[in-house]
Design a protein around this ligand. Sequence first.
Ligand SMILES: *Cc1c(COP(=O)(O)O)cnc(C)c1O
Length: 451
Amino acid sequence: MSEERTGTQSTQWFDRALEVLPGGVSSPVRAFRSVGGTPPVIQKGDGAHVWDVDGNRYLDFVGSWGPLILGHANRHVVKAVANSLKRGTSFGAPSAVEIELAAEVVAGYPGIEQIRFVSSGTEAVMSAVRLARGATERDIIVKFSGCYHGHVDHLLVAAGSGLATFGAPSSLGVPEPIASLTRVLPLDDDDALTALFDREGDRVAAAIIEPVPANNGLLLQRPRFLATLRELCTRHGALLIFDEVISGFRLGPGGAAALYGVQPDLATFGKVIGGGMPVGAFGGPRDIMRHLAPTGGVYQAGTLSGNPVAMTAGLTTLKYLRRYDCWQGLEELGQYLKQRLGSVLNRSGVPAAVVRIGSIFWIAWGSTAAPASAEAIHPDAARIYRDVFHGLLERGIALAPSAYEVGFLSLAHTPEHIDRLADALGEVLDNLNSESASTDRAGNEPEGSDS
Ligand SMILES: *Cc1c(COP(=O)(O)O)cnc(C)c1O
C-alpha cells in the first residue's frame, strides 16, 4: 500500500535524506522501520493537522511525540516566541522567563522546591540520576522494563537472562560495567520489587519509573504498586525519581504524582514543558537540589540551558493550560475517544483494548485485556498494527509509526476529529477482516503491503 507514494516529492526528499542522515532521520522511530514504507516529509503543521511536501494533509495524533498539547503552531505560542526572538536568541545569563517557568513548575508539582533546566528529556534524566548518586553516595539504579528514560547509557539497559535482575546493555556502545550498575525489574510485580530491596536496597541510589509508562504501549500501573515503590525507597534511603517527561503537565500541573497521590524525591520533565521547543528539566526539594553545582559537588551545566526562546514557548504553554484549566476538556475528549474507538473495535471483532489516561491513548492489539507490563503485550501486536497504521495513513490520519507508541490528543482536536479517526479505523478493520476471510478461502497469504 505504501508503495503508492513512489515518485512523490516526499520520497525524493527521503532518498536525499538517506544519503546524508543515518536511516534518513534525526531520531530512529521516525524512519518507519517497524511498520515499513517511507515516511512523509513534513512541511508544516497547524492545529490538529500536518501537511507533507506534496501537500497531503494528515489529521495528526503524534503531536511531535508529546510536546504539542496546544496543537501545531498555536497562535499564542507563535506570537510569544516571535516577540522573544526579536530580543535575542540566547544570553548565557539568568533571564526573567526561566525564573517564571521555574515558578510555574514549583507551584504545580508536589514536593518540588527548585528546578534546573536542560535541553532534552534525556539530559534531564541523566542529570537527575547523577544528582541522586551524588546525594546518596550510592551507585545502583533500579529501572523497570518497558519504561524509557531517553538514551542515557546506564538506562539503555534490559533485564539480563534468567532470574537475575542485573542489567545487560540494550545498545551497542554501552559498556558492560555501566550496565552492571542498573537493575531491571518488571512493572506491576510487587514481589520482585520487594525481593530486590530486601537483597540490596541499601546500595540503591535511586529507583526511576515512568509513573504512567507510555513508551512501550501505555502500561497503566496500580497506584498500590507505585505506593509500594515509594515505601521501599523511603525505608532503604533510596531516592524515587518519577520520569514525567510525557506525563508532566499533560495530565495536570502535578503530573502523575498528584494524580496518584504518590510523591517522588525527584521528577524529570520534557516535551510539554518546552511547548514544542527543546527543553527538559529536573527538580526536587532544596535539600536535594543543593547538591548541584554551583552550591554542591554534583556537576551539571549547559550553554543553551534555560534558553529564553524555548523558555517562552514553555511558559506560554503552561500558563495557557492553567488559565483555561485545559486538562478537564482534554479528559472529556479522551473519554469520548475511548468510547468511540472501543465500539469500533468491538463491532469489528478484532481483539484489542483501548487504553487511555487523560489525553494519552493507545490501542493494545491482540488482546482485549489492557497489559500492565511489557511482558504482557500480545506478540501479534506489531503485525496487526502494520496494516492498521498504513490503512489510516492512506486515509489522511497519522498515528505513530510503531505498535508500541501512544497517541496524543491536543486542544486543537475536536470530537469531529475523533469521529474521523473512528470511522477510518472502522473502514480499515472491515477491509482487513474481508481480506483475511478471502485469504482463508483461497488458503494463501495476502499480498505483502511493502518490502
Ligand atoms: C521522550 C522521553 C524521554 C527522552 O526525552 P528526549 O527529549 O527525547 O531526550 C525520557 N523519558 C521519557 C518518559 C520520555 O517519554
